[in-house]
Design a binder for this molecule. Structure first.
Ligand code: NAD
Ligand code: UFG
Length: 338
C-alpha cells in the first residue's frame, strides 16, 4: 500500500518513513521544510535502500494536494505536518491555528474527494486535562489545554471524530504520543531542533557535545520521588512502529479511535540525566531552577489499549533511548546542518 506522509521530513516522520519502507509500503512525502531538512529523506532512502517520492510544499495548498492524489494511488495518510513548539504557540497563536487546523481541513477535504478515507493523526498527551489521575487512559478527561498548540491538537481530534461520525466510511486513528526521544540506531536520522532546544533530550545531547554549558532542570520540588518532573519517554523507533500498526488497523476497521503511544513507565528528569551519563560515560552538568510555567508534575500512559487493539508495544529501554540519542548527536554535531 502507498502511504502519504505529511511532515515526513521531520523527526517522527522520517523514522516512520523508514519503518513503512521496511514493511513493504510505498511512501510519498509532502513537507514544506519549515522545521526540517530534505537531507533527512536522503538518509531514509540510504538506510532502507529504497526510494520514496517527495513533494516540497504546504499541506494547506489544496492544488498541490489534489495533484499528489492524482499522481499517486494512495491507500492511507499519516498526518504529522504541524507546528509543535508550545512556547512559540503562546506568542504566535494565529500561526498555530492557521497551520495546524487549516492543514487538517484541507487534507481531509482532498482525501474525501479522492475517496481515500484512512487517516492517522499525530496527537499528543497534551490533550489530556491536567487534573487526571495517572496513568492516562484514552477515556481520561481531555481539554483545559494550557496553550494554543495543545488546543490545536484537541480541536483537530474533535474535527476528525465529527467527520468520521458523519460518514461511516472513514477510518481514523488519533495517536496520542507521550515523550518521543532517541534516534534510529544507524545514527543517520534524529531530532534536529532549530535554535535553543525546548525539550529535555535534545538539550542534554547539546550539553554533552559542548554546544550548551549546562542543563537547567525545571523544578526540584515536585511531589515525585526526586522532586523533578516525571514523563513517559518513548523511543522514536517504537513510536514509528506504532504508526505501521495503525496503518494496518485502519484497513480493518472504520470509525475514529484514540490510542496512547507510550511505554507506561514514568522517569524523572534526573533519571534521564543519570542514565544518559552512565550509558554514554559523559557527565551532564545541571542546575535545578524554577519550575517551567505550564508543566505538570507527572504524566505517563496506560498503553493497554494499543497493545490489545493495535498489537503494538514499546520495546526499547531508557538506556537504548539515551545511547541512540547520543549516537545521533555525536555523529551529527550540527544535525543535518553539516
Ligand atoms: P517536526 O517539526 O520535526 O516535524 C513536523 C514536520 O512537518 C516538519 O518537517 C515540518 O517542516 C512539517 N510541516 C509543518 N507544517 C507544515 C505544513 N503546513 N505543510 C507541510 N509541512 C509542514 O515535529 P515532530 O516532532 O516530528 O512531530 C510530528 C508531529 O507529531 C507534529 O504534529 C507534532 O505536533 C506531533 N507531536 C510531537 C511530539 C514530540 O514531542 N515530538 C509529541 C506529541 C505530538
Ligand atoms: N525539562 C527540563 N529542562 C529542559 C527541558 C525540559 O528540566 O531544558 C523538563 C520539563 O520540565 C519536563 C521534562 O523535562 O519535566 C520533559 O520536558 P519536555 O519539554 O521534553 O517535554 P514535555 O513533557 O514538556 O512536552 C512534550 C512535547 C509536547 C507534548 C508532550 C506530550 O514538547 O509537545 O511532550 O506529553 F505535547
Amino acid at each position: 500500500m502507498n502511504v502519504l506522509v505529511t511532515g515526513g521530513a521531520g523527526y517522527i516522520g522520517s523514522h516512520t518513513c523508514v519503518e513503512l519502507l521496511e514493511n513493504g509500503c510505498g511512501v510519498i512525502v509532502v513537507d514544506n521544510l519549515c522545521n526540517s531538512s530534505a537531507g533527512s529523506l536522503d538518509r531514509v532512502q540510504e538506510i532502507t535502500g529504497q526510494a520514496l517520492k517527495f513533494y516540497q510544499g504546504d499541506v494547506r495548498d489544496e492544488k498541490l494536494l489534489r495533484k499528489i492524489f492524482r499522481e499517486n494511488h494512495i491507500g492511507c495518510v499519516i498526518h504529522f505536518a504541524g507546528r509543535k513548539a508550545v512556547g512559540e504557540s503562546v506568542e504566535k497563536p494565529w500561526e498555530y491555528y492557521d497551520n495546524n487546523l487549516n492543514a487538517t481541513l484541507t487534507l481531509t477535504k482532498v482525501m474525501e474527494d479522492a475517496g481515500v478515507r484512512n487517516l492517522i493523526f499525530s496527537s499528543s498527551a497534551t490533550v489530556y486535562a491536567a487534573a487526571n489521575e495517572m496513568p492516562l487512559k484514552e477515556t481520561s478527561a481531555t481539554g483545559c489545554c494550557t496553550n494554543p498548540y495543545g488546543w490545536t491538537k484537541y480541536m483537530t481530534e474533535q474535527i476528525l471524530s465529527d467527520i468520521a461520525f458523519a460518514d461511516k466510511r472513514w477510518s481514523m486513528c488519533l495517536l496520542r504520543y507521550f515523550n518521543p526521544i532517541g534516534a534510529h540506531e544507524s545514527g543517520r536520522i534524529g531530532e534536529d531542533p532549530r535554535g535553543i532546544p525546548n525539550n529535555l533530550m535534545p538539550y542534554i545531547t547539546q550539553v554533552a557535545i559542548g554546544r550548551r554549558e549546562k542543563l537547567s532542570v525545571y523544578g526540584g520540588d515536585y511531589p515525585t520521588p526526586d522532586g523533578t518532573g516525571v514523563r513517559d519517554y518513548i523511543h522514536v523507533v517504537d513510536l514509528a512502529k506504532g504508526h505501521v500498526a495503525a496503518v494496518k488497523y485502519t484497513t480493518e476497521h472504520t470509525g475514529c479511535e484514540a490510542f496512547n503511544l507510550g511505554t507506561g513507565t514514568g522517569y524523572s528528569v534526573l533519571d534521564i540525566v543519570n542514565t544518559f551519563a552512565a550509558v554514554n560515560q559523559i557527565p551532564i552538568p545541571y542546575q535545578i531552577t524554577a519550575r517551567r510555567p505550564g508543566d505538570v508534575a507527572v504524566c505517563y500512559a496506560d498503553p493497554a489499549k494499543s497493545a490489545e487493539k493495535l498489537g503494538w508495544r514499546a520495546e526499547k529501554t531508557l538506556a537504548d533511548m539515551c545511547r541512540d540519542s547520543w549516537r545521533w548527536q555525536r555523529r551529527n554535531p550540527m544535525g543535518y546542518g553539516e
